[in-house]
Design a protein around this ligand. Sequence first.
Ligand SMILES: NC(=O)c1ccc[n+]([C@@H]2O[C@H](COP(=O)([O-])OP(=O)(O)OC[C@H]3O[C@@H](n4cnc5c(N)ncnc54)[C@H](OP(=O)(O)O)[C@@H]3O)[C@@H](O)[C@H]2O)c1
Length: 271
Amino acid sequence: MKKNIILEKIMFKTNRFYLKKMQQECAGKTILITGASSGIGEQLAFLLGQVDCRLILVARRTEKLYAMKAEIEGMKAAVEVFSADLRVDRELGSFLDFVHKIGKLDIIISNAGKSIHRPIFQSFGRDHDFTRTMAINYFAPVRLIMSLLPLLKQSGGHIVNVSSINALMTPMPHWAAYQASKSAFDAWFRSAAPELNSNGIAASTVYLPLVRTPMIEPTAAYRTVPAMEAHQAARLIGSILYSKKRTWRPWWLWPVQAASIFVHQLPERRN
Ligand SMILES: NC(=O)c1ccc[n+]([C@@H]2O[C@H](COP(=O)([O-])OP(=O)(O)OC[C@H]3O[C@@H](n4cnc5c(N)ncnc54)[C@H](OP(=O)(O)O)[C@@H]3O)[C@@H](O)[C@H]2O)c1
């Protein structure tokens, strides 16, 4: 455990975070966080609660969202919550109507997501592993962003894509559903970014390493490996809101990418 604490300090050193800068940048803004009821999104909602802004929090868990609203409104931000399964057309549609009625949007934190770790040979009869990950990790953010772009264009807004280092690595066994869906949205967003920029909208992607949240709890192997804390990931995203950096990735990613290419080629060479 001690070894992990030292490793985590070295591996997950992030940019310095300045609360004042985030407060200045985000004051008066309307900020949408998808997947705000847990993990990184929840921590970010509380961090932005310290800003005089309007937060729109969306996820499926209604009670959790209302409990958060009550707590955050004791801080500085005003909070709107909306409960929706963003994979379901009708629910996504109602949520988008709700945001359009508000009529002002400055920042989208595209964070809602689902992860699956399962070997292909244990995935027979589980088409939903693939359709559900694509639905929430790819189609939902594409539809949401496409609908809200006019509002962001009006405000000269900013979109932050909460992605994973998986999207930058050689495809890994057991992660087909998750990696394909995160990579699909990464490709879409990278393709859209120049068009967004030329319309006055900033686009940033945060390629996160393993983060200790409910998402990784089902994967036993992750309980003992180094991971970033959810509040660290939230501060990292908070710093992107004022730096508008196009991408963030951990400093150690390139040697891991190189190693992943090598490891990937071993089984391929045997064929
Ligand atoms: N944890 C990691 O190691 C890690 C690493 C790299 C990247 N990421 C990315 O970080 C983001 C946040 O993950 P997390 O670790 O904070 O996970 P988490 O604690 O499981 O939170 C996921 C959030 O997404 C929401 N969500 C899931 N399905 C939804 C749906 N169908 N409709 C609406 N909301 C939905 C959940 O809310 P409800 O359940 O209430 O709907 C929850 O608020 C994800 O995009 C993930 O891919 C995580």
